[in-house]
Design a protein around this ligand. Sequence first.
Ligand SMILES: NC(=O)c1ccc[n+]([C@@H]2O[C@H](COP(=O)([O-])OP(=O)(O)OC[C@H]3O[C@@H](n4cnc5c(N)ncnc54)[C@H](O)[C@@H]3O)[C@@H](O)[C@H]2O)c1
Ligand SMILES: [Zn+2]
Length: 699
Amino acid sequence: MVDLSKYPVEDLSSRESKKELERLTKEIEHHDRLYHGEDDPEISDAAYDALRLRLQAIEERFPDLVTAASPTQKVGVAPQGKFAKVRHARPMLSLDNAFTDTDVQDFTRRIRRFLNWNTDTDGAIALTAEPKIDGLSLALRYEKGELVIAATRGDGTEGENVTANARTICDVPSTLKGEGWPDILEVRGEVYISRSDFLRLNEAQEASGGKVFANPRNAAAGSLRQLDVEITKQRPLRFFAYAWGEESGLNAQTQMDVIKLFQKWGFSTNPLMKKCDGWEAAVEHYHQIEQARPELDYDIDGVVYKVDRLDLQERLGMVARAPRWAIAHKFPAEKAFTILKAIDIQVGRTGALTPVAKLEPVTVGGVVVSNATLHNRDEIKRLDVRIGDTVVIQRAGDVIPQVVEVVKDKRPADTSAFEFPKACPECGSHVVAEGDDVVVRCSGGLSCPAQASERLAHFVSRDAFDIEGLGEKQVKELFRRGWVKTPADIFELESINRNAADPIEKWEGWGDLSVRNLFAAIEERRTVSLHRFLFALGVRHMGQQTAKLLARHYGSFAVFYTAMKEAANGDMLARGELTSIDGIGDKVADSIINFFAEDHNLSTLDALEAALRIEDAEVVSSDSAVSGKTVVFTGKLEKMGRSEAKSSAEGLGAKVSGSVSGKTDILVAGPGAGSKLKKATELGITVMTEDEWLELIGE
Ligand SMILES: NC(=O)c1ccc[n+]([C@@H]2O[C@H](COP(=O)([O-])OP(=O)(O)OC[C@H]3O[C@@H](n4cnc5c(N)ncnc54)[C@H](O)[C@@H]3O)[C@@H](O)[C@H]2O)c1
Ligand SMILES: [Zn+2]
């Protein structure tokens, strides 16, 4: 029924298969005990289902190896002794699974064959379709309308007596309502916790230091199976009735009839249950429920189809652990298993190294997936994922698929822990991790092709080289065409163009741009101020402000360059000088020094230095009249622009601020000054005109 070819077992001999069956049985039993017995599974349902499917595939190939002890012949786990045992008058079964529409079609085919049913003459077999609630099943025995025993499924034959706990559930009537119920009636259904109640419960658990549950199913199971009924009473358990066990006479012909009786007698039943004529209609309803799934306030993991006519159910009976007249159509696994073939390291535009899992293609939730993200270096370490491993892939909505789990016991013998590269796969530069940041980055900057076009865009941006006619769009195209690979290439553009077979003038979208003007604009920028130049390099953490501080401190490019090379060679004095600058911390200093530690960065700098004239900056003299003072400019300035005034003040070691406060030393007020002037006067701050200011700074 399920496509078991996905679980290759052909290569196993009969002897190996026997061993493998034993191993799988042990493992499944272990997980059953944790899941059903302790409500605390340690693997995902998808991982568990895969173990079962592999076991099934082997048993299908070697039917002789099937024993009564096989998980395919059993339901759940026997009660552990925590509660008194209850023997079920009629066994509580599990359900067979269908994963595709075709599986469902096969299911109805098998039924028709079994019943010798002729669709042409007898019509389609009516099925009910209803959500498969992800909770745990509970049997409620009523005698003369009174609830006498409530039991869990246990191993299907014997369950646990949880009567006191079940009485606390609001949907469980202690006395049947209405009339017409048989003297003996066992109502079965699913205990669950709604999603919203689950969130509230977990919040409360967390606040009180109690156990936080992994999902609503575990919370429901853990809450029902409490020895202290006072605890169960506080848990928001709910119950949907959908089946029955022993009964001394139900006046009903169909599944639907019984559900209507249940409603009359005081039970909650699922509103999405529907009678469908034939499997196509049932599957259609399945897809509707699937669409409604995100909006439902309770978890469901599929749709259950049941033959509606009770006389047909009777004839069909059961096989091993499940009725022949019902099947659970599971929603496509949003998780899947596959083999990790390789780990690729991708370098992003900011230099971040992202590991990508290269997978044996697999369908996850109906989509073929061959790549999944591994997020970062730490995640690889956390998962200890290795090449050759069997991994669980998860896909949620449109989100990039991710590797969420490693199936450790399927690991081949000769694997080794994955070594995260120490050099960038694109350019060979060192990779660096900053502090406790989980992201590892390539230090290559401009020399790294993965980062280059982004860096070039920064290089020509407004606060950097600011070349007219050469914006982000243009420089990226030049990069794409291979004309400009490093910033220094920009200054060769004219000669490159002159010798080109396909000059820029002919490029689409560039025609209306005067190429002449472009080259003129580039020429004009051959002379550049030191701080603009430093900022343009795009060294991480070296913003405009830092670039200015550096320019003012070191004065010339040559001095700065020598000092940084010394620092990169381990000269602590050189490093100390850098960090002594007010406003430059360790993080910034490390980033700058790392930049100078890379040879390719030095060659980029050398090429630029040869092409440019980098103007010296005015070194801040600590003896200037305004050094260390906080200055505010207000009103209209007539001799200089606002930014010029600001930068000359800063050049003299003053701090320029936008607002007046107790920390302000000087207010330079031009015509039209208003509230700032008023405030400064009130605070007794020195106020001067623009001329007085210029005189003070000696201009
Ligand atoms: N993660 C783990 O370690 C682990 C271990 C064991 C089992 N599991 C999971 O538990 C499930 C297997 O357990 P199972 O044997 O109970 O089978 P099942 O949950 O696949 O199907 C049978 C159960 O479905 C429930 N059900 C919900 N709505 C129903 C409805 N409308 N009509 C009829 N039945 C309905 C009943 O409780 C019934 O017993 C799988 O999903 C499996 O992945 C996980
Ligand atoms: Zn790189």
